[in-house]
Design a protein around this ligand. Structure first.
Ligand SMILES: NC(=O)C1=CN([C@@H]2O[C@H](COP(=O)(O)OP(=O)(O)OC[C@H]3O[C@@H](n4cnc5c(N)ncnc54)[C@H](O)[C@@H]3O)[C@@H](O)[C@H]2O)[C@@H](O)CC1
Ligand SMILES: Nc1ncnc2c1ncn2[C@@H]1O[C@H](COP(=O)(O)OP(=O)(O)O)[C@@H](O)[C@H]1O
Ligand SMILES: [K+]
Length: 504
């Protein structure tokens, strides 16, 4: 698990470390600079004589980090220059202290430096203190750094990237790598910030979980989650691993049902039964002979049979779909995943009463997971798509609250939201997954995990992770251009044993 912090959280943890834990600010800054120095030395020590480093320093403590780095590198024999951007009169106390110390070291600090004469450019203009769009002399400095050749390292956050959202404020430094201090900032994994950050390295500078003082970060991600899969009893039979009911696929949309059923099986469900339009019977049985088939008329008895239910992929918005959704809501209290057109039906005017019932069931303890993409989310919340994209965690949380459930707000960086507590932001996956049917696969994955007894939040979080991971494996085989949803389903769990054996 890796925390993802906002600027405000990071500043609070800095403050707690200094004021409560008693580690002085200059010590933290020195450690930040040492970490950056180590990072550069690892890459450039072998060619030290030919390495010329230019550091662009702002007037805040990010600039202070830059000055400390300049001193360390110069003391180590590197050719280093610093370009000051801003008015030193307005610099922070720590900055001023770093500046005085720097005067005793052979570092060029006049303004005549030409970026194209250096082969390492370090951005120490702004870190988590960026508070408005980058303009004027700061924008010029960013532009100069961006057009320069050579290796580009950002300290803490690429200047111009909002630490909380990953958005570009005015313009931003395009880094090859970012060394970030203490905890990873949200903006370094969200788009487009992640593209600007390059490779992200998290440096331990002495600000750790002790600094939370009861207020842990609100967001986290997984780098690896094998240990979070449901236990698999070696003596289990197909009943042990759950009976998953999938209501999917209207006439002509059998593919959605096949993809989701396939994904549920691949994730480990013992039995998958698909309720779909009569016309789909043959193609479904050919496409996935392992699945049981049922027509919409058999829905009631299938609801009795099932341990867990998912409804939505490819069901359309016709009367039959509405009837099925009504039954699933009214005749069952079993764990339920709602996706695609099931969500659209709930968002319609005449779906409001059903949504109200679900809300009550959620309050009474029914497990409800909703998996909207931003379009579906915008319909459910009556907001615009840009609003939902901009405030995805908040919108996801609003939906989770509305249904007393778990909302999987899908985008290039999907966020799993509960009514309260932390958000999970997913970092697996790639643009190859922006392909029709990819969401149907996710529904099947979450259903498969629920079938094996996982709780709602774990099924949603791990489902999203595994789905993205499968997308990465699929892209290795087919490139991001060539991935189709079926490839994602087929790549599910493919590297699981391998990773386990590496771990052992
Ligand atoms: N103890 C600490 O405080 C530590 C801080 N560290 C560094 O300190 C950074 C945070 O330092 P600060 O809080 O001083 O903030 P920054 O150095 O990120 O920037 C803040 C300064 O930039 C100005 N500013 C913000 N946006 C601007 C814009 N668009 N145009 C022009 N000026 C703008 C602000 O008015 C302020 O003067 C971290 O990112 C990290 O690099 C690290 O050294 C670790 C320890
Ligand atoms: N650029 C991307 N990077 C990572 N994941 C992505 C990207 N684009 C889409 N996805 C994932 O693919 C899935 C698409 O789901 P959805 O929009 O419901 O597709 P469909 O309705 O076609 O099945 C979501 O899980 C989403 O997070
Ligand atoms: K920076």
């Amino acid at each position: 698990m890796r925390y993802l912090v906002t600027a405000q959280e990071m500043k609070q943890y800095d403050k707690n470390t200094i004021e409560y834990l008693g580690i002085p600010g200059p010590v933290l800054m020195e450690r930040a600079a040492l970490a950056a120095e180590d990072f550069l030395k690892e890459r450039f020590d072998a060619v030290k004589e030919r390495t010329k480093v230019l550091i662009f320093a702002g007037m805040g403590n990010n600039g202070g980090d830059g000055l400390a780095l300049a001193r360390l590198l110069a003391a180590d024999g590197y050719t280093v220059a610093v370009r000051l951007v801003g008015d030193p009169e307005k610099a922070t106390e720590q900055w001023k202290s770093q500046w005085q110390t720097l005067q005793h070291f052979p570092v060029k600090t006049d303004s005549n430096t030409q970026a194209d004469e250096y082969n390492v450019i370090v951005d120490a203009l702004f870190g988590v203190g960026l508070s408005r769009p980058v303009e004027g002399i700061y924008a010029e400095a960013v532009e100069e750094m961006n057009v320069a050749e050579g290796f580009k390292l950002a300290l803490d956050v690429p200047s111009g990237i909002c630490s909380d959202t990953g958005r570009v404020l005015g313009c931003a430094f395009l880094a090859d790598a970012t060394i970030t201090f203490g905890f990873c900032k949200r903006g370094l994994v969200m788009y487009p910030g992640t593209d600007y950050a390059g490779q992200v390295h998290i440096a331990n500078v002495g600000i750790g979980p002790e600094s939370f003082l009861g207020q842990s970060p609100e967001m986290y991600t997984y780098d690896s989650c094998e240990q979070h899969l449901p236990d698999r009893t070696s003596s289990g039979n197909k009943g042990t691993f759950g009976k998953a009911l999938l209501v999917a696929g209207s006439n002509g949309m059998a593919g959605a049902a096949i993809l989701a059923a396939r994904a549920a099986y691949r994730t480990g469900a013992g039995m998958v039964k698909v309720i779909t339009a009569e016309e789909n019977r043959q193609i479904l049985q050919q496409g996935i002979p392992e699945a049981l088939y049922g027509s919409c008329r058999q829905l009631s008895e299938s609801l009795e049979w099932a341990d867990v239910i998912a409804i939505g992929p490819g069901i359309g918005r016709e009367e039959q779909a509405r009837e099925c959704l009504k039954k699933v809501v009214e005749k069952s209290r079993k764990p339920l995943v709602l996706d695609a057109d099931a969500l659209n039906l709930l968002a319609e005017e005449n779906g409001k009463a059903l949504a109200e019932k679900l809300h009550t069931q959620g309050a009474e303890g029914r497990v409800i997971i909703l998996t909207p993409h931003v379009g579906e989310l915008s319909r459910l919340l009556a907001k615009t798509i840009p609003e939902c994209k901009k405030e995805l965690p908040e919108c996801g949380r609003e939906l989770a609250e509305r249904f007393h459930g778990v909302a999987v707000a899908k985008d290039a960086r999907t966020i799993v939201c509960k009514e309260q507590g932390e958000f999970y932001l997913n970092t697996t996956g790639n643009s190859g997954m922006a392909t029709a049917g990819s969401g149907d696969v996710l529904t099947g994955v979450i259903l498969g995990l629920l079938a094996q007894g996982m709780n709602a939040i774990d099924a949603a979080v791990n489902g999203v992770y595994l789905h993205g991971r499968a997308g990465e494996l699929a892209a290795k085989l087919h490139t991001e251009y060539g991935v189709m949803a079926g490839d994602i389903a087929d790549c599910l769990m493919k590297d699981y044993d391998e990773k386990e054996s590496v771990k052992k």
